[in-house]
Design a protein around this ligand. Sequence first.
Ligand code: FES
Ligand SMILES: [Fe+2]
Length: 422
Amino acid sequence: MGEFSARPKWDELIKGEKGEYVHGSVYTSPQIFEEELEKIWYRTWVYVGHVSEVPNPNDFVLKSIGPQAVIMTRDREGQINLLLNRCPHRGNQVCLEHRGNRGSFTCPYHGWTFVNTGALRGYPFAAGYEGSDRSTLGLGKVARVGIYQGFVFGSFADEGPSLEEHLGAARGALDALVMSSPEGEIEITAGFLQHKAKTNWKFIVENETDGYHPQFVHASIFDVASSGIGDLYSADSTAVARDMGDGHTEIDLRPEFRRIGKPMGWFGTSEERLPDYVSKMRAAYGNERANEIMIDGTPHIMIFPNLFIAEIQIFVIQPLSVDETVQHVTALQFKGAPDINRRLRQQTMGSVGPAGFLLADDSEMYERTQRGVHMRKPEWNYIGRGLARERRDEDGHLIGDATDEVSTRGIWSHYRKLMEAE
Ligand code: FES
Ligand SMILES: [Fe+2]
């Protein structure tokens, strides 16, 4: 199968009874990538930023939806706006600062000025514009903005499922996540690192909830750190891989943490090491509930298509082209908990910072895999691990053992649905 002259046929690209064969060209075809932009990135809900990144009126920060540059602003009224960084005059970028506080943006080319809601405020030498309709000359806006637990999502489609519908079962994970703060709020204030890899974005999405690779790809950090993380992803682990529906997937590590039953064990530490945090949690939630939260830890969930919550940090996936993807990474911060926040930042730097142990290993795999799927044979990737032992949990979601590919198959079945739509 080579390049397609007509529209791709998905029953020829994802095969098998449970979609366990994925054709290599879905990672390499520029035509499929263009179609993904239209049907996924510019249609469904995509994670953009967090309300804590623009806490005050007139704050703004540059963000993205795939290759589209988006300015996330908080206007004078406190509303969040997602504006496209393109001047309606002749196309220049209107905002070059990464973040800041301003009520308006002035285009550097001919000086048109826009309010941070997107509306045109004015242009120099107005006498030349008699009869033109200012109301049509504002910045482009992402059609819908939705916020859940402080996480801001955007959709270019005027209509479609609500954000709550899109998030589905993933809402529970976000609800659980914010409980790790004694004030019930997450903050994204630690600053982002950016890692660019020469790979297709879907290899990254698949890998985030792939519990099969850590023992091999991350063997060196597990050895050096002599942490128990490796055991979470072994064949004996009681952790569960879950297809949560709607393309969202997780590795649910709670069964392992509950088996161990140690508050803060999920964080590789003990209560004694974080006395301030632990006492605030107990004061906020009561002993019993605080214990449960501190034993369960935070989720390991991939919210389709681009938000990966990895216990202590988030990754925002940004495809630039069919074989080029940026991961924006930052430490999670729990509001009102400075002692654990410092350690969240340190551990994030150690694992996914420039000299970090974890992400460098994964990135190498992403790039080698991308090169590999350009080879002509055997054409298909096989994601059938755990097919015969798939089962359903009490909520009806498909689950498998920690190292099974039930999560990967869940991503593909949702992907296919989106791509088959008109
Ligand atoms: S391109 Fe922006 S003012 Fe001309
Ligand atoms: Fe990994």
